[in-house]
Design a protein around this ligand. Structure first.
Ligand SMILES: [Zn+2]
Length: 226
């Protein structure tokens, strides 16, 4: 009854085609699920996402659930997640890929999930990190911890140390810093983000995480730009 009342004001609609969903459906309708561009990259570790990092930074496993195309359904989903506050979209995609990864041996020794952080100002403006629900659901599926106080994003230009780091990364304007590095010592980390395009952001994050002692890194994103 209470749910019926909520649905009256906020109809439960498919986040791609906007048709009303049945009571047992969540986020997407059956036909939109069937039409989603799924990569299945997780079934092959030598996949295009992992290849992005070849010769740049050592990555154990890497995958994305979906293919991102301009004006496509995945772009719509990510836009609604980031700019319209539909946080359930991130959780939905995370639960999906999490269930897939839980079946794969090479993902079984992962210890923690860490999100690519947002800068504090952006976090305040948006109110949430769009990767949070995604990462938390993956952590739940793999029965491991989600940790968001280790890797932080800083504005560039504040300190001399940061300038040195920027110089090292060259073409990326983003800079990240490591806190509580003892929390990730000897851990296999799953670094998660919404979208991978050039891989520059994830590479910068991986570089910083690898400053901790005996760390291995894998990467999962919601979508991959083909
Ligand atoms: Zn639909």
């Amino acid at each position: 009854m209470f749910q019926d009342l909520i649905n009256l004001f906020y109809p439960n609609i498919c986040q791609i085609c906007d048709t009303e969903l049945h009571k047992n459906q969540n986020v997407l309708c059956t036909s939109c699920i069937n039409e989603l561009p799924i990569t299945n990259f997780h079934l092959d570790n030598e996949n295009p996402v992992r290849k992005v990092f070849y010769g740049r930074v050592p990555i154990e496993n890497a995958t994305s659930l979906l293919v991102f195309k301009k004006k496509g359904s995945v772009q719509k989903l990510i836009h609604r997640l980031k700019y319209r506050g539909h946080r359930e979209i991130g959780s939905y995609i995370g639960a999906w890929i999490g269930a897939e990864l839980a079946k794969i041996n090479s993902y079984k020794d992962i210890d923690i999930v860490i999100p690519v952080p947002l800068h504090k100002k952006k976090l305040e403006a948006r109110g949430f990190n769009q990767v949070e629900g995604f990462g938390q659901e993956i952590a739940k599926a793999l029965n491991i911890l989600y940790i968001d106080d280790v890797l932080l994003k800083t504005s560039f230009s504040t300190t001399q140390t940061l300038k040195t780091r920027l110089a090292r990364w060259g073409n990326t304007e983003e800079s990240f810093v490591l806190f509580n590095s003892e929390k990730i010592k000897n851990k296999h980390i799953l670094l998660v983000d919404d979208l991978i395009t050039t891989g520059a952001t994830l590479e910068a994050c991986a570089d910083v995480l690898l400053e901790a002692e005996n760390v291995k890194i894998s990467i999962v994103t919601m979508a991959f730009t083909a």
